[in-house]
Design a protein around this ligand. Sequence first.
Ligand code: HEM
Length: 231
Amino acid sequence: EELAGNPSIQSVDLLSRFLSSGHPDENFVIDIIISFIVAGRDTISAAFVWFFWLLSKNPAIETEIVNEIKEKSDSPIYDEVKDMVYIHASLCESMRLYPPVPVNARMANADDVLPDGTVVKKGVMVSYHPYAMGRVEKVWGKYWSEFRPERWLEKDEKSEKLRFTARDPYTYPVFHAGPMVCLGKEMAILQMKRVVAGVLQRCIVVPVAKDGGEPVYVAALTSKRLVPGED
Ligand code: HEM
């Protein structure tokens, strides 16, 4: 309504941008925004818990990040974080050890055979485990248990600068992989880089609790009455 009344509103929020780009179905756009909020809120906050916890245990890495912020924070805000490869590497490394979605599953909608010959019958659930996959020695090497952002960085031979090197999503399925891959991946990384740069520019990270930092998996049951069509 606000936009209809004043089409020149230069709003910066996502919902207004979708609406002012001329999408005809308002409810559809609202659904997109709600799914973005649901998909992006707990995932990013879970990622931050472990990221800052790991930093508090690895002061040398925190110093490295602070140096990168000091070195690269003169340019405009987007370019500034775009070039912060060490923060990018640290975030990916932290989510390797503590993926916000630690286990995920699919149900076969037809009989199938996996590449290794495993038969999967229609209706069977198949799960995969990003938490375990991030801790496989054969993939991540002897020092898989260590928080080492450097494993995501390579030196560019010409410029001598560090370059971020991504892993293929089937090796690192933190954002899932294939056609149903996370739609907000780039936005999530950008947002997280901006928050990390903003926080570490001003603060030193200190954990609130001395003990109890080990992960706990929280699953929940809900009432049938809360599921649409079940009441
Ligand atoms: C660290 C942050 C995030 C992680 C680890 C993450 C991870 C994932 C994973 C694993 C899936 C696949 C779920 C499935 O199909 O079983 C997914 C889907 C999705 N994510 Fe994210 N996500 C993150 C942030 C975000 C953000 C910020 C947004 C939106 C701005 C977002 C939007 C979506 C959407 C829309 C889907 C559904 C894609 C589809 O079904 O086609 N995610 N995400």
